[in-house]
Design a protein around this ligand. Structure first.
Ligand SMILES: Nc1ncnc2c1ncn2[C@@H]1O[C@H](COP(=O)(O)OP(=O)(O)OP(=O)(O)O)[C@@H](O)[C@H]1O
Length: 608
């Protein structure tokens, strides 16, 4: 029988090829993913048919081969899958593949957000025409007595079917690469695309005589079959040359949605490295994207690893994805899994958990700030550390602070430092009174502090340098000032003259005699406001945009230096003393700079 048939592909649009080509312009490379996945599907189908006894022949090596011929300008994808008969080609390629493409164009041609769809949409077989001016299919079905058949089409609505020769069962897709897509005829380019999309396809993929994929990545296996070694090795495979992860979670759900994967907690030392390595999203082992926003809760985007789910709609735009109920469920499943894993680690090994907290803290705090549900789960194991390196859970700390950091209004005051070295003199003052100081010095901590204050009852957080220690935790036991009102005025004036700066307000305070002669503080509330306005956040804080940092210079009225100022009537002598007191206060906080610092050093050297 000789077979030669010409026909018309029944689609409405005269020639959808140029439309689609233009549409998907920025993402042509997915043609290879689509065609290789089809080849993998065909291979798995023949395997299934054999396993259920529908196919009695030899299965043979079921690998898929990708090859190219620079001279002939062809790329060929060959499989030993179930193949197609002429009728099947007409049905599956002409009708299904092309109707899928038409539907795609109809659906998206008027929408502006093509970038959002691209890369998520499996255009299937038709995507071949993004890079090829002509496509041939040579196929031989597994069915007994099937003849090999050749289909050819130049992307117009016309196709041609004829007889062909192919000994073995399976399909070759031959792309005659278009002039504007010759870049795809380079080895490194093809290898790069295969590495990106096909690295974990379930059937071996051969390119340049090498198998380029791992058909059984560990996320497809059961956790009980796997050792720590396996997880670490897989991490290395995903992110070569990266530091070892801290721990991982193996995800595995099949109801109400299907999802497998492994999420790794990396060591996060600085924020810069954060977004370099990303979670990769797969659908049945085909790489889809590493833009997992919407699917993974934002605070978990810092994790690494893979998620594989056929239930994530990949062929839709972003706004649809956000509304999709499966995506929402997946989102909260992942959040819960992560929270549970952390709880388990905390329970099983508190010490180990503390050691890891420097790295995990970022996730935990970020999660608690951004997700109420996560806050509720994590509040039991979220740790805070004091300046001596001791860790407390939030409950432990509340209990501890309740004991002796209550002020006269029954408010519990947590003291914290954002800079252990820079605020040392304040930390020492606090410790001298037997108070504890927390170390909250990461970028997230200012938000975390706000969050804690909204959650904790009758509790305030104050930075150690926000006031003199007597006022930070005001026990209502104010020391008396030994000075008269006129004496106070005199001292205040001297200091004001010496300081001569409208952003610094002088106040005389009664402090213990062994405290510094003066301290410079910045009101907690005002500082937070100006921090927020500087960070640009805080919605509506714009009015503080130009707000300068205001400081209070608290002069210790009970200090010997104040008495000295009052003892002399020599104005120059008074100023000299006040200047020294003020410079010391600046120096204790790293605020003494420039000419003032030089003058201070020279003065002090001369006195030696
Ligand atoms: N290499 C192949 N071997 C056997 N059949 C194939 C092969 N490639 C494509 N087909 C058949 O053609 C059909 C249409 O392919 P196409 O890639 O357009 O869509 P799909 O694979 O069904 O869906 P998707 O859009 O997700 O890729 C397939 O369902 C399959 O039956």
């Amino acid at each position: 029988m000789t077979m030669q048939e010409k026909g018309n592909i029944s689609i409405h649009t005269e020639n959808i090829f140029p439309i689609i080509k233009k549409f998907l312009y920025s993402d042509h490379e997915i043609f290879l993913r689509e065609l290789v996945s089809n080849a993998v599907d065909a291979s798995q189908k023949i395997k299934r048919l054999a396993s259920i006894g529908e196919y009695a022949g030899e299965l043979g090596a079921l690998k898929v081969t990708v090859s190219f011929d620079k001279e002939a300008k062809t790329i060929t994808i060959s499989d030993a899958g179930l193949g197609m008969t002429a009728d099947e080609i007409k049905k599956y390629i002409n009708q299904i593949a092309f109707s899928g493409a038409t539907e795609f164009v109809e659906k998206y041609k008027d929408k502006g957000d093509e970038k959002a769809i691209i890369g998520h949409f499996g255009l299937g077989f038709y995507s071949a025409f993004m890079v090829a001016e002509r496509v041939d299919i040579i196929s031989k079905s597994y069915q007994e007595g099937a003849e090999a058949v050749k289909w050819t089409c130049d992307g117009s609505t016309e196709f041609e079917i004829s007889e062909a020769t192919r000994d073995a069962r399976g399909t070759d897709i031959i792309l005659h690469v278009a002039e504007d897509s010759l870049e795809f005829l380079e080895e490194f380019k093809l290898k790069q695309i295969l590495d990106k999309y096909c690295k974990f396809l379930p059937i071996e993929i051969e390119f340049q005589e090498k198998i380029i994929n791992n058909p059984t990545p560990i996320w497809t296996k059961s956790p009980s079959e796997l050792t720590d070694e396996d997880y670490l090795k897989f991490y290395e495979e995903l992110y070569p040359f990266s530091e070892k992860p801290l721990f991982w979670i193996h995800l595995n759900v099949d109801y109400p949605f299907n999802l497998t994967g492994i999420l790794y907690f990396p060591k996060v030392k600085n924020e810069l490295q954060l977004q370099r390595e990303k979670i990769q999203l797969y659908s049945r082992q085909v790489f889809i994207t590493d833009e997992v926003k919407d699917i993974v809760p934002e605070f978990l985007m810092l994790l690494h690893g893979v998620i594989d789910s056929p239930d994530i709609p990949l062929n839709v735009s972003r706004s649809f994805l956000q509304a999709d109920s499966n995506v929402k469920k997946i989102n909260s499943y992942i959040t819960k899994k992560v929270a549970d894993k952390l709880a388990e680690l905390f329970k099983a090994d508190r010490k180990g958990f503390e050691e890891k907290f420097e790295n995990i803290g970022l996730f935990v705090k970020y999660g608690m700030i951004s997700d109420e549900k996560f806050y509720d789960r994590a509040k039991d194991y979220c740790l805070v550390q004091n300046v001596d390196g001791k860790y407390f859970t939030l409950n432990e700390y509340a209990e501890f602070a309740q004991e002796n950091q209550k002020d006269k209004n029954d408010e519990v005051i947590y003291l914290y430092t954002s800079d252990v070295k820079g605020q040392d003199s304040f930390i020492q003052s606090a410790k001298k009174r037997g108070y504890d100081v927390l170390k909250l010095d990461s970028v997230l901590d200012s938000h975390f502090i706000n969050q804690l204050e909204t959650k904790l009852v009758k509790t305030n957080l104050k930075r150690v340098d926000a006031d003199t220690i007597e006022k930070l935790i005001d026990k209502g036991l104010a020391l008396d000032i030994v000075l008269s009102e006129t004496e106070k005025e005199t001292v205040k004036k001297v200091f004001e003259e010496v300081i001569n700066d409208t952003t610094k307000v002088v106040a005389l305070e009664a402090m213990p005699v062994d405290e510094l002669p003066a301290v410079i503080t910045q009101n907690e509330f005002m500082r937070r406001m100006s921090d927020m306005s500087r960070a640009g956040g805080g919605g509506g804080m714009g009015m503080f945009g130009t707000m300068p940092n205001n400081y209070i210079v608290s002069v210790n009225a009970n200090h010997a230096s104040v008495a000295k100022i009052l003892q002399t009537t020599d104005a120059e002598e008074q100023k000299k003393l006040a200047k020294q007191v003020y410079d010391l206060a600046l120096l204790s906080q790293n605020m003494l700079t420039g000419a003032d610092l030089t003058a201070f050093i020279q003065r002090t050297a001369l006195a030696l």
